[in-house]
Design a protein around this ligand. Structure first.
Ligand SMILES: *Cc1c(COP(=O)(O)O)cnc(C)c1O
Length: 473
């Protein structure tokens, strides 16, 4: 058996079967509850098999995956999932992703995949155009914003230290000049982790206090700091959607020659909507930006983009050499990211940008923001408190007390009409609603707001009943 050629069965039926199953899954999203039924979770036990000795037929494996797996998913691809910041894939993104997966290209080097290299160039050009970033900026594709932050910050660190006469990529940080890192009080947890990962420390930072929306307070930017320094601002606070005051942050940095990095995991896409220019002013004057495609651009996981104004700043930190590597030709992804082998994430991004166009991306952003605003209006109309200024796609709500807020969120999650998570905002619990998927319709907002308001009323009723003590038998 061992030295026979592999079977050459036609993969057609298997692939068509997968496409049919996927289609059925997606078609069912409108009707099903957002979280899986308890019975579906119990069925997951069927996956706990011993490693098969002889192996199973491929079609049977796929059938098991669909029968057991599909019902045990969270319907985050549908229109009534508002947890974290998660968007569902646009159909064209999914379809292009399938084709590219069939290609099985390694996008590390142009010699490995000419089509990936060309699409990389095209998408880089389109993204800088769409977002209004400096022409000539580099875009590289990584797993998500967590990785895009780490990539940009490594480049920032090395550029700043190189200007101070220190070659950090070769010599590391031992004995290096001190580098100051400035972040906002509301910086995302993964940005802070990235600082630890690249040797700058999670706690060895200067934190700028934030205002009631989670924006860095421009009047509290630190004085007495000199380069080497990096300041990390945020486009889209993960709870409120708020934007840092970029003009002041950039002016602060330019005065001392510091690097400005922006974590714009979802908020960077606001640059595609001229109607939100009041939020994004100064944002394009930074040195680097991190953004997700898998959140608001609605492509499949995992897909983040790191954009850097001067491509050589990525190269300084990330170029590698090995005897088997060909001489430089074109843009080589592996010399500009921490990755070597990588899937061609640019394919999905290209497919969305080409299908939507500039106008379509703008409308995608506007639609989510409108749905978020409608959600906020419905809920405040029903007596809940909307805690944030709904400037983007994020809505924070509270009931009359912390206990009621948490009880409401728990009921929402159990009810299954929609799904919202909780957060701690300025020291107190809040329920967090993020509208990041193309599929969310006005009807989804209507039915979800109704379910949330009902959950709030039931939480209140239950609290009143338990305060009144047990009813007489
Ligand atoms: C989601 C998010 C991240 C992390 O992005 P991943 O895609 O999960 O790696 C970082 N910053 C902000 C503001 C985010 O919303």
């Amino acid at each position: 058996m061992s030295d026979e050629d592999p079977p050459t069965a036609d993969p057609g039926p298997l692939l068509r079967g997968a496409a049919e199953r996927a289609q059925r899954y997606l078609a069912g999203l409108g009707e099903r509850r957002v979280t899986p039924e308890a019975a579906a979770l119990e069925q997951l036990a069927r996956l706990d098999e011993p490693l098969p000795e002889a192996g199973h037929e491929a079609g049977e494996t796929l059938a098991l995956l669909d029968e057991v797996g599909s019902p045990a998913t969270v319907a985050s691809a549908g229109g009534r999932y508002f947890g974290f910041v998660i968007g569902g894939s646009l159909p064209v993104a999914l379809a292009a992703n399938w084709l590219a997966t069939a290609w099985d290209q390694n996008a590390a080097l142009p010699v490995m995949s000419p089509v990936s290299a060309r699409l990389h160039e095209v998408v880089t050009r389109w993204l800088t155009d769409l977002l209004g970033l400096p022409p000539g900026s580099a875009a590289v594709f990584v797993t998500g914003t967590a990785m895009a932050n780490a990539t940009a910050l490594a480049a920032a660190r090395d550029q700043q230290l190189s200007r101070a006469g220190w070659d950090a990529p070769q010599r590391g940080l031992f004995g290096a000049p001190e580098l100051t890192v400035v972040i906002g009080e509301n910086a995302h947890s993964t940005l802070v982790r990235a600082l630890g990962l690249i040797g700058l420390g999670r706690e060895r930072v200067v934190r700028v206090p934030s205002d009631d929306q989670g924006r860095m307070r421009a009047d509290r930017l630190p004085s007495g700091i000199a380069a080497p320094a990096v300041i990390c601002a945020q486009a889209g606070e993960v709870n409120t959607g708020a934007f840092d005051p970029f003009p002041e942050v950039v002016a602060w940095a330019r005065k001392i020659g510091a690097w400005v990095h922006v974590d714009g995991a979802f908020g960077l896409w606001a640059l595609a909507d001229p109607g939100r220019a009041h939020l994004t002013a100064g944002l394009t004057d930074a040195d680097s930006w991190a953004v997700d495609a898998h959140k608001w651009l609605n492509v499949p996981y995992d897909s983040g983009i790191c954009l850097v104004k001067r491509p050589e700043d990525l190269r300084r930190s990330l170029a590698v050499s090995a005897g088997y590597l060909p001489p430089d030709v074109g843009f080589e992804a592996m010399h500009h990211t921490p990755q070597a082998s990588q899937r061609a994430r640019q394919v999905d991004v290209w497919a969305v940008l080409r299908t939507l166009g500039r106008r379509g991306v703008r409308e995608l952003v506007q639609r989510s923001c409108s749905r978020a605003r409608e959600m906020g209006e419905r809920l405040s109309g029903d007596g809940l408190e909307v805690v944030n200024d709904v400037v983007l796609n994020q809505v924070l709500v509270r009931a009359a007390s912390d206990q009621l807020t948490l009880a409401m969120a728990e009921r929402v999650q159990q009810d299954g009409t929609c799904w919202c998570g909780t957060t701690i905002w300025k020291g107190r619990p809040a329920m967090r609603i993020s509208v990041s998927g193309w599929a969310t319709s006005e009807r989804d907002i209507e039915s979800s707001a109704r379910a949330i308001s009902a959950a709030a009323r039931e939480a209140l009723r239950e609290a009143a009943a338990s305060a009144a003590g047990p009813s007489p038998a």
